[in-house]
Design a protein around this ligand. Structure first.
Ligand code: PLP
Length: 377
C-alpha cells in the first residue's frame, strides 16, 4: 500500500464532540441554567420529535435500550411461564431483557441477511410462546410482513428490538412501529447517540403506552399519584436535550452512512472472499441506516489482524459470540449451526459519520491487499 499507515479508529467520540462543540455546550448550558433534569420540557420535546419522525402514536424516553425492552415486555404482560423467541445473533441485552421479566428467551437462527429466520422461529413455537422479538440488527429492518404473518398465525405479540435501527424502514414503514411495541437505544455509538445511556419505547397502542409511562416513573400517573408498581427508568433531560440537537442533523448523518456503505460496496463487491450487506438502494423494500457495516469474510481472524497492522480498527460484534455461546446462561445444548458458522466469518468495518472518503478508500485498499497477498500464495 502507498504511504504511511493511517489510523482509522472504529469510532471517534472526541471528534463527534469537537464537530458540534459550541451547539452542544449551549444546549447543556441552557438545561443546566433552567435546572430542569427529570421529566421536563426537553424530554417532552424529544418524545414529540420522535413521534413525528417515525411516525408513531406514542414515544416514551427511558433509561436505556435494555430497560426499554424490559418495560415493553412487562407492558404486554410477559412474565414467568412465558417464552419469547429471539434471534441468537444479537446483543446479550435482547435475551437478558426477557430473562429479567421472568420469561424464557428461546433462541432461533438468523438468515443470510443476519436477521431473524422466521422458519427457524416457527419450529420453536410452544404453548408457552408469548412473543417474538425481531432484532433490526445493523440498521436493517427484517421482512416484517413475514414476521407479522408468523406472529398472527400463532397469536404472538411482536416486540421489536430496534436499538440499532432508528430511521430504518421496510416498505416505507419505520423500524420500531410494526409490532405491539418497539424499542431504541441512544447509547453513544448508536445511529442517534447521546452522551451516556438512553432509550425509548414506541407504540401505537394506548394501553401499552400508559403502562410504560407508569412503569418508568414509580407507578405514578400524571397527577403524581402511585397507581401501580413501577420502577425508575427515565431518559434524563440533559440527554433528551442533546438528542433534540442531534435529531436536527440526523437525516444528513444517515445519508452519510449510506454513502459510506455505497463506497464500501463499490470498492469491495468484486472480492469473492467477502459477502457484503446489500448495497443501499439495492432493494426498494429496505431502507437501511447502516448502524454497522457487517461483512462476512474468509480467513476473518487473519484479515482482522492484517487490518490492525495497517491501523484499521475492526470489531467482531458482541465479543464474537452468539447469545447461546456464552457459558452459564442456561443455553447448554442449544445448537444453531447456521448462526455458529456465521460467527466464524462476521466482521464490522469502521462505519461512522467521522470517516472521510479517504479513510474509507484506505480501508478498502487495506482489505484488498490482504486478499491479493492470499491469491499470490
Ligand atoms: C445497544 C443494543 C441494545 C441495548 O441498548 P442499551 O441502550 O445499551 O441498553 C439492545 N439490543 C441491541 C440489538 C443493541 O444493539
Amino acid at each position: 500500500m502507498q504511504g504511511r499507515p493511517r489510523n482509522v479508529p472504529f469510532f471517534n467520540y472526541p471528534e463527534l464532540f469537537a464537530r458540534q462543540q459550541p451547539e452542544i455546550l449551549a444546549t447543556l448550558h441552557d438545561v443546566l441554567s433552567r435546572g430542569a433534569f427529570i421529566l421536563q420540557r426537553d424530554l417532552a420535546e424529544f418524545e414529540a420529535n420522535l413521534r413525528a419522525y417515525l411516525p408513531v402514536k406514542h414515544a416514551l424516553g427511558v433509561a436505556d435500550g435494555t430497560n426499554a425492552l424490559q418495560l415493553a415486555l412487562l407492558a404486554i404482560g410477559c412474565g414467568p411461564g412465558d417464552e419469547v423467541i429471539v434471534p441468537a445473533h444479537t446483543y446479550i441485552a435482547s435475551a437478558a431483557a426477557v430473562h429479567f421479566v421472568g420469561a424464557k428467551p428461546v433462541l432461533c437462527e438468523c438468515g443470510p441477511d443476519h436477521l431473524i429466520d422466521v422458519d427457524s422461529a416457527q419450529a420453536l413455537v410452544t404453548k408457552r410462546t408469548k412473543a417474538v422479538m425481531p432484532v433490526q440488527l445493523n440498521g436493517r429492518t427484517a421482512d416484517m410482513e413475514r414476521v407479522g404473518a408468523f406472529a398472527a398465525d400463532h397469536g404472538l405479540a411482536v416486540i421489536e428490538d430496534a436499538a440499532q435501527a432508528l430511521g430504518s424502514r421496510f416498505r416505507g414503514r419505520a423500524a420500531g412501529t410494526f409490532g405491539a411495541a418497539g424499542t431504541f437505544s441512544f447509547y453513544p455509538a448508536k445511529v442517534l447517540g447521546c452522551f451516556g445511556d438512553g432509550g425509548a419505547v414506541v407504540t401505537n397502542d394506548d394501553a401499552i403506552a400508559e403502562r410504560v409511562a407508569l412503569l418508568r416513573d414509580h407507578g405514578r400517573n400524571a397527577a403524581g399519584e402511585v397507581v401501580a408498581w413501577g420502577t425508575n427508568s427515565r431518559l434524563d433531560n440533559l440527554q433528551a436535550a442533546v438528542l433534540n440537537l442531534k435529531l436536527k442533523s440526523f437525516d444528513a448523518d444517515l445519508g452519510r452512512r449510506r454513502e459510506i456503505a455505497r463506497l464500501y460496496d463499490a470498492g469491495l463487491r468484486d472480492l469473492a472472499q467477502l459477502r457484503l450487506p446489500p448495497a443501499p438502494a439495492s432493494d426498494r423494500h429496505h431502507h437501511d441506516v447502516f448502524q454497522n457495516y457487517e461483512i462476512e469474510a474468509e480467513r476473518r481472524d487473519q484479515l482482522k489482524l492484517h487490518l490492525e497492522r495497517l491501523g484499521v480498527r475492526t470489531i467482531v460484534q458482541f465479543g464474537g459470540k452468539a447469545v447461546h455461546q456464552f457459558a452459564g446462561l442456561g443455553f447448554e445444548g442449544v445448537c444453531l449451526p447456521r448462526t455458529e458458522q456465521l460467527y466464524t466469518r462476521l466482521l464490522l468495518l469502521p462505519m461512522n459519520t467521522t470517516l472521510s472518503d479517504d479513510d474509507v478508500q484506505y480501508v478498502i485498499e487495506a482489505v484488498r491487499t490482504f486478499y491479493r497477498g492470499a491469491d499470490a500464495r
